[in-house]
Ligand binder design. Structure first.
Ligand code: UFG
Length: 330
């Protein structure tokens, strides 16, 4: 069985569906602090609990034969991490340490870790490869990098096998329209623009128009959540075959879009017009983050299937069908 920690979250729930479609058996551990019970495919076993709870982990590893663990259960808001670093180090670092210790005690050796482009901070050059210097500029990025360092130490000392996946900007929704992005509060660009175009927000604020980019707004690399999920499946297969271990991969499309380009594409897909307010910069946003994902393409044959237009169309279908996210409206 595969243990998916954080399997009720946005990226976790999409990966659970992909795992099940590939005939893996899945147990999800999630405390539902930000995840949604309804996002978990009913074919998966669901356990409500904290990743840092040693008793819950003992029970899980004793009850089920776990071959590998995928770990999605992190807080991931950059701004919040600056205001409340203790929350981030407690959950993202200390919680993960408990998980890794329990895996080690129970002889579970395969681990796939959700890391982030925030590990690079403000990169010196674009596109960003896995060899680009890691210099995070906020507690969120540091908390992820600390775990990456722990993984290497656990490999050296205890033989833990791992794959680190550094995501760029996850977006989009599952093709069946049943699961998608639902954060509270929502801070990500694409869902905010689509919620505005659905009439749920008065306007869109562009955070900064004086960046060092062609149109002055920040450039990001948007990657479909199903493409991310597929990278996990390939990484898992390579770990279980023993082909490829202790490796870090970037996951992006390799093409950057500015905030203005994203808004235009959303207008294009939805045939609606946005009201834009140009606002101050949001602290901690680098000008441009675009991935080179050549390494995983070459080593595992991963090729992203979805371009920006398809990413936004799938998200639009989700938002139209679920205007209140997972909440049921009576
Ligand atoms: N933006 C706006 N208006 C909004 C929301 C966002 O202009 O209402 C801008 C942001 O300033 C940024 C871009 O849109 O320039 C993308 O912002 P997101 O919040 O969607 O994504 P980020 O690139 O800030 O964050 C993502 C992940 C983080 C991760 C980070 C790595 O969500 O978890 O990439 O840099 F840390």
């Amino acid at each position: 069985m595969i243990l998916v920690v954080g399997g009720a979250g946005y990226i976790g729930s999409h990966t659970v569906k992909e795992l099940l479609s590939k005939e893996y058996e899945v147990v999800v551990l999630d405390n539902l602090s930000t995840g949604h019970r309804d996002s978990v495919d009913e074919r998966a076993v669901f356990v409500e609990g904290n990743l840092g709870d040693a008793d819950v982990l003992d029970a899980l590893f004793t009850t089920y034969t776990i071959e590998a663990v995928m770990h999605f259960a992190a807080f991931s808001l950059v701004g919040e991490s600056v205001q409340e670093p203790a929350k981030y180090y407690h959950n993202n670092v200390s919680g993960t340490l408990t998980l890794l210790q329990k895996m080690n005690e129970h002889g579970v050796k395969n681990f796939i870790f959700s890391s982030t482009a925030a590990a690079y901070g403000i990169p010196e050059s674009i596109p960003i490869t896995e060899n680009t210097v890691t210099a995070p500029i906020n507690p969120y990025g540091r908390s992820k990098l600390m775990v990456e360092q722990m993984l290497e130490d656990f490999y050296q000392a205890y033989g833990l096998k791992y794959v680190v996946l550094r995501y760029f900007n996850a977006a989009g929704a599952y093709s069946d329209g049943q699961i998608g992005e639902d954060h509270f509060p929502e801070s990500h660009l694409i869902p905010i623009v689509l919620q505005h175009l659905l009439g749920q927000r008065e306007h869109i604020s562009i955070f900064g128009t004086d960046y060092n980019t062609p149109d002055g707004t920040c450039i990001r690399d948007y990657i479909h959540v199903t493409d991310l999920a597929d990278a996990h499946i390939l990484s898992l297969a390579s770990l279980l075959n023993g082909d490829n271990t202790n490796v870090t991969y970037n996951l992006g499309n390799g093409r950057g879009y500015s905030v203005r380009e994203i808004i235009e594409m959303c207008e294009n897909v939805t045939c609606r017009k946005a009201t834009i307010v140009e606002s101050e910069r949001r602290p901690g946003d680098p000008d441009e983050l675009v991935a080179s994902s050549e390494k995983i393409q070459k080593e595992l044959g991963w090729t992203p299937q979805f371009e920006l237009k398809q990413i936004i169309s799938s998200a639009w279908t989700w938002h139209q069908n679920h205007p209140a996210g997972y909440k049921v409206i009576n």
